[in-house]
Write a protein that binds this ligand. Sequence first.
Ligand code: NAD
Ligand code: APR
Length: 249
Amino acid sequence: ADPGIAALREMIAAARRAVVFTGAGISTESGIPDFRSPTGIWTQMRPIYFQEFVGSPEMRREAWRRKFASDPVLRAARPNRGHRAVARLVSMGKASAVITQNIDGLHQASGVPADKVIELHGNSTYAHCLECGERYELDALREAFERDGDVPDCGACGGLVKTATVSFGQAMPEAAMIRAEAETRACDLFLVLGSSLVVYPAAGFPEMAKRNGARLVIVNNEETPLDDIADLVIHRGIGEVMGTVVGNN
Ligand code: NAD
Ligand code: APR
């Protein structure tokens, strides 16, 4: 028996109110690449910053080209053992919320009620106008893009339309940030699954939890900058670890 697994099982048993915090690593076992591991997306291409999207029609075209190119992978993805274990922690009443940096919707697909998923970096299943917020479905936008190379503008106000994800340089969603902070302050166990913990403000939540007296656990294949302050670090696959610890999936 792995001592890390036994320790995690005990910490979960002892917790009254846990929060699960996830990054792209929880979704790699569903076939979605992460960003920073050796096979990650940012080793293939450079991110498009928000200012570049807003400032240049060529960048907007490139952003939409990438979006439509990567969409089949996101659409085909199904929840894996890691997602199912997290859903079980929520349904047992052990975890009060799932704070995620992911935009893939797999926590909701695995059965976590939508009101318990806090999406810090938005959602990639629809688009919206950056000026007036009007919502746009991707299918129609894709059709126009593929047919005429059209980069969408808002039919209501003429503003720029962008996937409802948060890019570098873009403001964080305020309501999600407020809820994430309240959940972080209220928990006694903060469980990080599959995040490199290098992107702020998201990576500030595990730090805040620890400062506030919660126990901090990190499950990640690679080292992270917060390993030193964690109460328990397990450098192994999430599906295996969480499937074993939570069981029944
Ligand atoms: P997008 O929907 O076009 O996605 C960009 C790429 O990320 C795609 O290639 C997609 O396949 C991949 N991807 C999506 N979800 C993933 C996941 N769970 N795991 C691994 N890869 C995933 O989005 P966009 O509007 O071009 O924005 C780019 C990306 O930048 C978004 O994924 C967004 O979350 C992210 N982002 C947020 C912040 C932030 O901290 N504020 C910073 C940088 C990037
Ligand atoms: N089991 C355990 N760890 C894994 C697994 C797995 N199956 N797969 C990947 N990992 C680990 C990787 O080793 C890596 O350290 O998950 C981590 C994922 O880190 P990143 O790729 O940096 O993803 P994330 O932390 O979510 O990135 C934060 O940056 O680009 C932006 O907006 C994007 O939300 C994203 C944010």
